[in-house]
Design a protein around this ligand. Sequence first.
Ligand SMILES: [Zn+2]
Length: 301
Amino acid sequence: MTQPLNALFPDWPNEALDILSTIHVGQLPTAEVRALCDLLNINVGQLQRQLLPLAESYTIAPLSQFIVGVVAMGSKHDASGYPNLYLGANIEFTDVGMNYTIHAEQSVTAIVSAHGDKISSLALNATPCGMCRQLLHEHKTITHLPLSISDTEVIELSELLPRAFSPEDLNKSAYQPPYGLSLNRLSDDELLATAFRFSYAPYSEHPVACVLEMASGKQYPGFSLESAAYNPGLSALSVALILAHFSGEPLSNRMSEVAFKRLTVMVKGQSATESVGYLEATLLWQQIAPEGELVTVSAPD
Ligand SMILES: [Zn+2]
């Protein structure tokens, strides 16, 4: 985020801006959602849309110059019915392959998953691309996923993606995106093994988790976030980069200039280091941190 909150929300009182400043790894928790709705005298759906400029402020788009922000409503609620809200934005890099570009819907899916929640509705400032429609289809909570694309237009995802592809088409209906756990506020030594339990790999069946350590010592978990169609998926390292970005790490479009220290990768099986999941994470690591340390550990049985 590069713009101060009072520039993004010039009409909001300071008390509301103070609440916004508590956002943690892209999540505005239920208590803060309720407090903001009360303070601004708006409902949750209105707040979700009003937060789009904050989501957009996380965009890094030197290639496309196309700024995309999304705000997801989670499926978990507090006793009063208030959900968590989550931010997402597109992130582009200029010193690695363009296939590492992260779309806003991908980043919000990673953030919602890391907090152990699922997406129940989405506010966007642009219609999702075909790739993201597939990813959202696999990570939504219910049959229908309402997409609020403007103040007046709400479209069901199924209208944009009829006859969607699913893990069932690969005879892998047992695969379900992780739900219920949270990677929020774990101690560093719990991160890797817990992140491994989040891995969703219906396409490759090569689940991978990682912990990305910055030169500052701060650590961020990552996990495979695949799709049954593969291409909308994210490698474990891409997920860790998203969580770092939405935690306020000074990432930029030139990743080779960011001070990374170590990547610890957890894989399963004898030939795990030859798996595509492992390669997905480590090839990007070699590009962004050629001097960085790479550690590989085996997942527990
Ligand atoms: Zn997209």
